[in-house]
Design a protein around this ligand. Structure first.
Ligand SMILES: Nc1nc(=O)c2ncn([C@@H]3O[C@@H]4COP(=O)(O)O[C@H]5[C@@H](O)[C@H](n6cnc7c(N)ncnc76)O[C@@H]5COP(=O)(O)O[C@@H]3[C@@H]4O)c2[nH]1
Lengths: 185, 185
């Protein structure tokens, strides 16, 4: 089960390392005078998981109501023989209908990108149906792992969504994000 | 099959991105006056894969004949909403019995670290026997993928080894690496 390994790898190789340090990283960013993240309930990594696994590299190209602001301070860790490997998070402003900005640390779940590309490589023998099933399994497995992780509590928020209707609304993605942010604010 | 997904993810999310750029990155490093990598046949990413999946974060702590020299220039890519994500490779000197240094770009296969940690987390229901089987499957799957990858040809070398005897020889790891390097020099 491909998704099972990807969920564990995402947790072990990334979330378990970075989530415990996230609030401090945001605090450092704010201390430098960047007072955009006012609401501490949103001091989390918001992880986008579109069911289609079509992951944009630049979110603002997906929806003009999303604007990249800056990266948080780098997290630097010696890992598996790579010295000073760098882990980064990006801060975005997401504009609502009243053009007010809502700030959050946001990124897509990179393993879904692997699922997408596997479904395009004939050698992988992995169909579009397999991919949808594995995307859901990835989410369920990751949710179970994180529900049981004390180190990562309250430092993340999953935004899983069915983006099959996304093409019809140029602001589909910002609306999905805002709905989740407003539940926290 | 956990290893199947990890191998594909390692190729799609890492090797396919970095290996085509590796020779240029080494060239830039040499142009700055660092003339250590003289033999172009060794201008490859040497990927260590110990069967036990016990992956050290600092290789020199494993074997005093291995010395970290420097990192190559960063590879910076916008990926899945993370802006300017950084990919790094580390350059090492590996000393032989005659104390001569042999230089190479070296790291461990990070997904094996995930397999190791999964075998330690009870929630993953993944035994030490599963882990050994999956480590071998990871290697076989990755080898198949890379044998078929035109973009990555000649830019990598797998160093898979059974490290069950490693504890008895403080220079086990450097000898394993040197055997592979000497086949290329
Ligand atoms: N040696 C090494 N150096 C790297 O820079 C690197 N980047 C990725 N990988 C390995 O390639 C594969 C595919 O990566 P992907 O990004 O899809 O998944 C990654 C990704 O979803 C997330 N992650 C890891 N590092 C970062 C990061 N810096 N920023 C965002 N996400 C990250 O957590 C997953 C597991 O990471 P690793 O367990 O380090 O191993 C990965 C993985 O096996 C790397 N391996």
């Amino acid at each position: 089960n491909v998704a099972h390994g990807l969920a564990w790898s995402f947790y072990i190789g990334y979330l378990k390392l970075v989530l415990p340090r996230l609030k401090d990283s945001i605090q450092t960013f704010c201390d430098k005078g960047n007072f955009v993240l006012k609401c501490k309930d949103t001091w989390k990594l918001h992880i986008l998981m579109p069911l289609s696994c079509t992951i944009p590299d630049k979110l603002e190209e997906e929806d003009s109501n999303i604007e990249f602001l800056d990266n948080l301070p780098d997290i630097v860790i010696d890992r598996a023989g790579v010295r000073r490997r760098v882990y980064k998070h990006s801060l975005y402003a997401v504009y609502d209908d009243a053009k007010r900005p809502h700030h959050c640390v946001l990124e897509c779940a990179t393993p879904l990108l692997s699922l997408y590309e596997m479904s395009k490589e004939s050698l992988a023998e992995f169909s579009t149906e397999d991919r949808l099933e594995q995307a859901k399994l990835f989410y369920r497995t990751l949710k179970d792992i994180l529900d049981n992780s004390r180190d990562c509590r309250n430092s993340y928020r999953f935004i899983m969504y069915d983006d099959s209707e996304a093409a019809e609304d140029p602001h589909f993605l910002s609306k999905v994000i805002l709905k989740h942010l407003q539940q926290q604010e």
